[in-house]
Design a protein. Structure first.
Lengths: 166, 419
């Protein structure tokens, strides 16, 4: 079952079984943001600590399927300690990877006819994504893309809220 | 209809039945489809599809309007479907007691909004159960928000049955009881006649959600002791887009309209309207005509096979499933709901180790197995069970032990992937 093996890569299962940066930070000073998928009940709670334009610490809590939980864990490992512009760039690349085949499905705003769908997806340099590239197999399972992007959308929301508050 | 049946006591011939369902001959991921999601929606036999096709090709016209031949024929088919569906559930007057709706949800909303708003006042109590589908919960919650009725709940015990110890206390002073005849999560068949009897003793009206029971059990509204019964066509081999509300004639007659529009009026002036007779009073706008034709054909199919025979087949397969899951997967697989027996139908909510239901369903899909992951529109019950989601397999007359064997094979593979 090659598709299945591509979805459930060893890295993904490892992050699912032993999630990195698990937990919560006291908020405040940390900023807390929740992501929720009402369809399946998956839930992610991010605690973000941004100091001097750097995402100094991040913790991930919540519950859900292997894809949503491992994606949150992989994300936390990838963005922790990075300056915000680099975090934003990583988010952009991750979302681009998720939308390679299903541009209209990858975004939360399901605008009918998907304006995005007409735009050629930018080529993604998978090598620069490191371990995150393991989540690429999800693209073949369109209904699961929402699981993979859950924590990333929460991160975007959190960063936007912090930017608006400062 | 190709099911060859000799004596009514012969067991159901699954192989012949499977040939009647075109969708069962397709493959998914290069494997034969194993359809185990009938609690969500059932498949349709060729005869139902043909009846709908034939209706559109030969008869289609609006009902209760034209005088030309096809309009007369369409009206006769539509009203004939009403009588057939009414007879199928034992209605005293099938011509007057059956209202066609969009689905079971709309039928329940009709009861809540028409009977409920006309009869309930602030503080009046309505009794539900902890295992209701959102369709038999949210409309009542909406009414509670709007006019302040009190909602009480019959609890669910550890085995997934209703705990009726305090039945009379909970019913005391209640104006209505609304209960599912069969749980769409646990497969529990509830003792509706007993609850209805107690409810009537307390002067309460009895609403039964038959969305799961009507397709899988012999239904007789008198034996149930129901005052209203709601169900959906698409779960009983019929098409989507049609549901049914059966109601006792005197009750329906006393109720105001629910939705307004064409077809539901006797007379309209600019200042007022007077509603039509029952059941048309509750059927605003052009009804689901082709769907009614399809539903009538589905009822023909179920009746030809025989509901008793279907019950026996599904009961045997339920016992086989519970044994297979228990014997071959052991403690790795948890099955919610009562053990095999007279009050256990073929709905199996599963938890495989601590693997999330989405992952279980995803792996099963690779085996061609269709099950539904999620909360099954029964979030309060899921909370009661202490899980956020389950993978639910459910059977119908076209399933056989080989389907269950594939399910078990797939579940074992979940163990391999998540090792
Ligand atoms: C017990 C129960 N009640 C009501 C419904 C609602 O049926 P429908 O979605 O056809 O309105 C369902 C369907 O899932 C059900 O299982």
């Amino acid at each position: 079952m090659p598709d299945l093996e591509e979805l459930y890569r060893e890295i993904i299962l490892d992050h699912y079984r032993s999630p990195r940066n698990r937990g919560e930070l006291p908020a405040p000073p940390a900023h807390r943001v929740e992501g929720f998928n009402p369809l399946c009940g998956d839930e992610v709670i991010l605690s973000l600590e941004v100091v001097d334009g750097v995402l100094r610490d991040i913790k991930v809590a919540g519950s859900g399927c292997s894809i949503s939980q491992s994606s949150g864990s992989l994300m936390s490992a990838a963005v922790k300690g990075k300056p915000i512009p680099e975090v934003r760039e990583l988010i952009r690349m991750f979302k681009a990877m998720m939308s390679v085949h299903e541009a209209s499905l990858s975004d939360d705003d399901r605008t009918a006819g998907g304006g995005d769908a007409d735009v050629e997806p930018e080529p993604v340099d998978l090598a620069s994504l490191g371990e995150l590239a393991a989540l690429q197999g999800v693209v073949k399972f369109p209904v699961r893309i929402k699981c993979a992007t859950l924590s990333w959308n929460a991160l975007v929301q959190g960063l936007d809220e912090l930017a608006a508050a400062s | 209809m190709t099911v060859p049946m000799s004596s009514p006591n012969d067991p159901l011939d699954v192989e012949a039945i499977r040939k009647d369902f075109p969708l069962l001959s397709r493959t998914v991921h290069d494997r034969p489809i194993v359809y185990l999601d009938s609690a969500s929606t059932s498949l349709q036999p060729r005869s139902v599809l043909a009846a709908i096709g034939h209706y559109y090709e030969h008869t289609h016209a609006n009902v209760h309007r034209g005088v030309y031949a096809t309009a007369e024929e369409a009206t006769a088919l539509y009203e004939g479907a009403r009588r057939k569906v009414g007879a199928f559930v034992g209605a005293a007057d099938p011509r007057r007691e059956i209202v066609f709706t969009k689905n079971a949800s709309e039928a329940l909303n009709l009861v809540v909004n028409s009977w409920g708003r006309a009869n309930l006042r602030r503080g009046d109590a309505v009794v539900l159960t902890e295992m209701e589908h959102h369709s038999n919960l949210v409309p009542w919650l909406m009414l509670a928000e709007a006019i302040g009725i009190e909602l009480r709940y019959l609890p669910v015990d550890a085995q997934g049955r209703l705990d009726l110890c305090d039945l009379d206390k909970i019913l005391d002073g209640a104006r209505a009881v609304s209960v599912t005849a069969m749980s769409n999560v646990l497969g529990t068949v509830n003792p509706v006649p007993l609850i209805a009897e107690a409810a009537h003793r307390n002067g309460a009206v009895v609403v039964v959600d038959g969305a799961q029971s009507v397709p899988h059990l012999v239904t007789d509204v008198k034996a149930l002791g129901a005052d209203f019964l709601a169900f959906s066509g698409h779960k009983m081999l019929g098409p989507t887009g049609i549901g049914v509300l059966w109601g006792r004639q005197e009750l329906l007659d006393s109720m105001p309209p629910f939705l307004g529009g064409g077809g539901m009026i006797l007379d309209v002036a600019l200042e007022r309207f007077s509603p039509a007779e029952v059941p048309w009073r509750f059927e605003a706008g052009t009804p689901p005509i082709a769907e009614a034709v399809g539903l009538a054909s589905a009822v023909d199919y179920l009746s030809a096979v025989g509901m008793e025979r279907i019950v026996a087949h599904e009961r045997a397969l339920t016992a086989y499933t519970l044994d297979a899951l228990g014997d071959r997967l052991g403690p790795d697989c948890r099955v919610f709901g009562p053990p095999a027996g007279g009050d256990r139908a073929g709905v199996f909510s599963l938890a495989y180790r601590d693997v999330h239901a989405h992952d279980v369903a995803q792996i099963l899909d690779q085996f061609g197995v269709c099950v539904r992951p999620g909360h099954h529109c029964a979030k309060p019950l899921m909370r009661r069970l202490g899980v956020s989601a389950t993978a639910r397999a459910s059977i119908a007359l076209y399933n056989d032990p080989s389907d269950i064997d594939t399910l078990v094979e797939g579940l074992a593979h979940v163990g391999t992937v998540f090792g």
